[in-house]
Design a protein around this ligand. Structure first.
Ligand SMILES: [Fe+2]
Ligand SMILES: [Fe+2]
Length: 321
């Protein structure tokens, strides 16, 4: 096999970093730490609806239960996502003939194997049955696993999903109160930012070599999905989980409280979205959409989203700060 290296400096250095920033699942994590059954694991406002006044007025044991169930649910989705990512990386490694792209995919596959182990071990230590994974999430993983084309795989996994997940990792990392959870999330987030970086560099490079029509086609596939994902706030599906957890903790008027939380949440969501519109913060998904080049004026015009408030805010923001 004569595998050509593309000479892409950024992608080659990501592979080098996979070695220098390597960590050992056993040696670098203290798995002897205990997880007490009543430990919320995160700050009590971490969960969906956790910032609403109605949630914050709930008794502490109820807020603990809701957060802990929420952490278990997210970690369960993440452990599944890690094994999906491992499959995706194996496919990418076999399909691509460029040495540096392949090297990255192989290194990432090992990272994902380690993440899967870490989440699984943490979930075992929690000693409780996690809630079911929603059909929407499962369907998304199925769609991803059905892809064969390496660029489509990278667009879906490293560019879209890992940019989306990065926001979850960062919120867990900043809100984790249990030292073992904080440790594994910190180590995993470090790896994930390399994976996301590969997605951005690869897609940026790939798009540069496409015709304008193909660039528009790619933007058409991903930009509406990215905008929809940012606009998708915790709604009735998430609320029904929180209501269920309130009932489990013996709250009688859980439905009524839930309805109130949903109303209060709208104001919080509005303020959060407004901070993007005002260019005060840019979520990874939008930042990376801009970085790969699907937010160029002529593409936005083709898609008819030049005036979209989230697009305008993202383009006004300083991405280096
Ligand atoms: Fe991972
Ligand atoms: Fe990853």
């Amino acid at each position: 096999m004569h595998l050509e290296n593309t000479g892409h400096h950024g992608i080659n250095s990501l592979f080098a970093k996979a070695h220098s920033a390597d960590w050992d699942f056993e040696r670098d994590v203290d798995w002897t730490m205990r997880i007490e059954p009543d430990d919320p694991l995160v700050a009590l406002d971490w969960t969906a609806f956790g910032e609403t006044p109605t949630f914050q007025a709930l008794p502490e044991r109820v807020r603990v239960h809701i957060n802990r169930r929420g952490v278990g649910r997210i970690l369960n989705i993440l452990q599944l996502g890690e094994s999906v990512a491992q499959d995706v990386c194996a496919k990418i490694a076999l399909a691509l003939r460029e040495e540096d792209y392949r090297n990255h995919a192989v290194a990432q596959a090992m990272d994902e194997a380690r993440h899967h182990l870490a989440y699984r071990r943490f979930l075992e230590k929690m000693e409780e049955e996690p809630e079911d994974i929603d059909p929407g999430t499962e369907g998304m993983f199925d769609t991803l696993l059905a892809l064969e084309d390496p660029t489509q795989l990278i667009a879906f996994e490293q560019f879209f999903l890992e940019s989306f997940a990065m926001t979850i990792f960062e919120s867990l990392q900043s809100k984790a109160t249990h030292p073992l959870l904080k440790r594994i999330i910190t180590l995993i987030t470090r790896d994930e930012s390399r994976h996301m970086g590969f997605g951005v560099l690869y897609i940026e490079e790939w798009l540069r070599r496409q015709t304008f029509e193909d660039q528009v086609r790619f933007a058409q596939r991903w930009l509406p999905q990215i905008l929809g994902t940012i606009l998708d706030r915790p709604g009735p599906i998430m609320l029904s989980r929180v209501v269920q957890r309130m009932r489990e903790s013996g709250i009688d008027n859980a439905d009524e409280l839930g309805a109130r939380m949903l109303r209060e949440q709208q104001e919080i969501d509005y303020a959060q979205l407004d901070s993007i519109v005002q260019a005060q913060r840019v979520p990874h998904l939008l930042k990376n959409a801009r970085r790969v080049g699907i937010m160029k004026p002529e593409i936005l015009e083709e898609l008819g989203v030049s005036e979209h408030p989230l697009v305008v805010g993202t383009l006004r923001a300083n991405l280096d700060s």
